[in-house]
Design a protein around this ligand. Structure first.
Ligand code: FBP
Length: 421
């Protein structure tokens, strides 16, 4: 209607003569056109729109307190809280600086890229082995190598990182492209990669530290000196972490992180290419009903560790319903479920691997910070994970994370102390 109306009105003008005269000579033609043209006029009194406007005005007048309150900007249903706007709010509040925001954004970009590579792995020949082994002696998957490159490239191009350390790199690296900020970033570019070829959920894990003041890397440092400083920069205790997070690549791509003020989850929306706030201020349940351990190692565990798991399976101890067992074999997947549903995830040390399998710097510490920020706990069984100072970059540490009750109960069993109430 509107368009045709615009058309006829101009048709009239094309007729060149003031509408008035002609109108007199051809009334029938004009009527519909005039009515339509009226639609384009500012809201005249008596029309439906005016009525609605009027009602709104009245309603607002009625609702408004005597003193005319500043009209609050109605939150448009299309207003999104994205990772970008969340970081901006944190900057405005002085919680983080724009350099740290830039580093976190670059990690967000890396995870978008890795997420799409993981999704397409089966149809773009990205499954299978890369034919190399990493410093842990593990056969690297093609996507381990590629994800490592993607992560490192994004961190470099942020211009805000000074030293980066990856599960897939033997040694930490000093970043030449650093512009300012010099943040230290540790990361596991693709965790749980043994699950990739089966299309089961995997993830990325990261932690961000301040550069340690004692070891500022100088341009004139010789390579050996520089390496020593890089290692010292990354070997910081988890309680020094400024930010920790992971991205889950599963039925959805979900980035979960903390900057020390609670835990927030953002689901990636591929339609708009943005991370949307989907899990604000995550709180882990005080007590859960799920345990997540690789019981295949049961025979290698200590008596206390076996006693703990056996007790979770004894219904008489839990009002007739034992704990449920869930284990994907992908730390990010198992931890994400534990964070949302409660319970405990554990990778104990055992007679074969006294310190377990998981790496303190870029697996245990970041997950423990997130868990604590959500009201949970992260323990080695005998000590708070975040208080362990790493001596080596790829140091392994036993890890027990989850609801405070289950972790306290575990520590009581391993340390022979009374169980929590
Ligand atoms: O197969 P296991 O011995 O249970 O180990 C599984 C654990 O190892 C990991 O795959 C180790 O991580 P990477 O894949 O990064 O080496 C964790 O994700 C997972 O929780």
């Amino acid at each position: 209607m509107a368009a045709s109306a615009l058309a006829s009105a101009s048709a009239m003008q094309r007729a060149g003569v003031a509408t008035g005269k002609q109108a007199a000579s051809q009334p029938a033609l004009l009527a519909p056109a005039l009515r339509a043209a009226a639609a384009f006029r500012p809201v005249a009194a008596g029309t439906a729109t005016a009525r609605r406007a009027g009602l709104r005005v009245v309603a607002q007048a009625a609702a408004a307190p005597a003193a005319v309150a500043k009209p609050t900007q109605a939150k448009s249903q299309y207003q999104l809280q994205t990772l970008t706007t969340w970081l901006l709010d944190l900057e405005k509040e002085g919680v983080i600086d724009n350099e740290l925001a830039a580093v976190i954004s670059s990690i967000g970009t890396a995870c978008k890229q890795i997420g799409s590579l993981v999704n397409r792995a089966g149809i773009s020949n990205l499954t299978g082995l890369a034919g190399e082994t990493n410093v842990q002696g593990e056969d690297q998957k093609k996507l381990d190598v590629i994800s490592n490159e993607v992560f490192a490239n994004c961190l470099r191009s942020s211009g805000r990182t000074g030293v980066i350390a990856s599960e897939e790199e033997d040694q930490p690296v000093a970043v030449e492209e650093t512009f300012s900020g010099d943040y230290v970033v540790v990361f596991d570019p693709l965790d749980g990669s043994s699950n990739i070829d089966a299309g089961i959920s995997v993830g990325s894990i990261f932690g961000i530290y301040e550069p340690s003041p004692e070891c500022t890397i100088e341009d004139m440092d010789d390579p050996e000196e520089m390496m020593k400083k890089c290692v010292l920069n990354v070997c910081q205790a988890g309680n020094e972490l400024l930010c920790a997070g992971y991205t889950l690549y599963s039925s959805a791509t979900i980035l979960v992180l903390t900057v020390g003020k609670g835990v927030y989850g953002f689901t990636f929306d591929p339609l708009i290419g943005e991370y949307i706030l989907s899990h604000p201020d995550i709180k882990i349940p005080e007590k859960g009903k799920i345990y997540s351990f690789n019981e295949g190692n049961y025979q290698l565990w200590t008596d206390e560790q076996r006693t703990y798991i056996d007790s979770l399976k004894d219904p008489s101890l839990w009002g007739g319903k034992p704990y449920s067992s869930r284990y994907i074999g992908s730390l990010v997947g198992d931890f994400h479920r534990t964070l949302l549903y409660g319970g405990i995830y554990g990778y104990p040390g055992d007679s074969k691997n006294p310190n377990g399998k998981l790496r303190l710097l870029y697996e245990c510490a970041p997950m423990s910070m997130i868990c604590e920020q959500a009201g949970g706990k992260g323990s080695t069984g005998f000590k708070r994970v975040l208080d362990v100072v790493p001596e080596k970059v790829h140091q392994r540490e036993p890890l027990f994370v989850g609801s405070p009750w289950e972790v306290d109960y575990l520590e009581s069993v391993l340390q022979g102390k009374p169980a929590p109430k």
